[in-house]
Design a protein around this ligand. Structure first.
Ligand SMILES: Cc1cc2nc3c(=O)[nH]c(=O)nc-3n(C[C@H](O)[C@H](O)[C@H](O)COP(=O)(O)O)c2cc1C
Length: 216
C-alpha cells in the first residue's frame, strides 16, 4: 500500500455532485432532512442512518462516537443505547448534544445541535422487542463503557442466555433504551467546486425556523 502520510496531503476532491438552490428552499428543515436521508438510503442503505454523536462531560470535555438513528420525525432523532454508558451519563448531566451525518458518496453533511431526552419505557420496550435475539442478549450482557478484564469472555454468558431463551424471550433491561434528540439547529452542507461549498442553516427561534446561509 502506498504511503498514507504522503497521500493525505495530495488527495483532492473537487466536489460537484449537487448544489443547494438558495432560490427555492424548504421552509421546514425536516422536509430537507427527509429528502437528503432518502437520497442517502438510496445510495447506501446500510450506513445512511449512522451518525456521530457528541456529548460533553462535567469537565466540559467533548466526546464523540458513532450511533445508529432508529427513527426520526419533527419531534427529533431517536437512537438506542445503554443508559449507564459514558454518553448516557454525560447526557443525564448535560443534555446538549450534536449529531453529524456525513455521506461521502453524496458529498453531503448534516450538522445538528439539540437536547437529548430519554424516550418512554413503552417506546423502548417496543423497539427492544423488535430486535433479533442476538442483539437482545448483547444488550443484556454488556455493561457498556465499563472497564473489563482483557480476557473477559462474553461467549459463556451468551450461551447461557441463549439456552434459557428457548423457553422465554428476554425482556428489555431497565438500563437500556432510547433517547430522542430535540433539534434546535440544522446545517445542511453540500460540497461544491473550488471549496466554495453550500451551507444552509435552520435555527429554531421562538418556535419558528429562521433560515440563514453561511460562507463556506
Ligand atoms: C456503525 C456503528 C454503529 C453503532 N451504533 C451504536 C448504537 O446505535 N448505539 C450504541 O450505544 N452504540 C453504537 N455503536 C458503538 C458506539 O460507537 C460506542 O462504541 C458505544 O456506544 C460506547 O460509547 P460511550 O462509551 O461513549 O457511551 C456503534 C458503532 C458503530 C461504528
Amino acid at each position: 500500500m502506498s504511503n498514507p502520510k504522503k497521500n493525505i496531503e495530495n488527495i483532492r476532491i473537487d466536489y460537484d455532485k449537487s448544489k443547494i438552490d438558495f432560490n427555492s428552499i424548504h421552509t421546514s428543515p425536516f422536509n430537507l432532512f427527509n429528502s437528503w436521508m432518502t437520497q442517502a438510503f438510496q445510495s447506501d442503505k446500510e450506513n445512511a442512518n449512522a451518525f456521530v454523536l457528541s456529548t460533553i462531560s462535567n469537565e466540559i470535555a467533548p466526546s464523540s462516537r458513532v450511533v445508529l438513528m432508529r427513527g426520526f420525525s419533527e419531534k427529533g432523532l431517536v437512537f438506542y443505547t445503554n443508559y449507564n454508558s459514558q454518553k448516557s451519563t454525560e447526557i443525564m448531566s448535560n443534555n446538549n448534544v450534536s449529531a453529524n451525518f456525513f455521506w461521502p458518496q453524496l458529498e453531503k453533511q448534516i450538522r445538528i445541535i439539540g437536547n437529548a431526552e430519554k424516550i418512554s419505557k413503552e417506546e423502548s420496550d417496543k423497539y427492544f422487542n423488535s430486535r433479533p435475539l442476538e442483539s437482545k442478549i448483547g444488550a443484556i450482557i454488556s455493561n457498556q463503557s465499563s472497564t473489563i478484564s482483557l480476557d473477559h469472555n462474553f461467549e459463556k454468558e451468551k450461551e447461557k442466555l441463549q439456552s434459557q431463551s428457548n423457553s422465554y424471550s428476554p425482556k428489555r433491561p431497565e438500563n437500556w433504551g432510547g433517547f430522542i434528540i430535540k433539534i434546535n439547529h440544522f446545517e445542511f452542507w453540500q460540497g461544491r467546486p473550488s471549496r466554495l461549498h453550500d451551507r444552509l442553516c435552520y435555527t429554531l427561534e421562538n418556535n419558528k425556523w429562521v433560515i440563514s446561509r453561511k460562507s463556506p
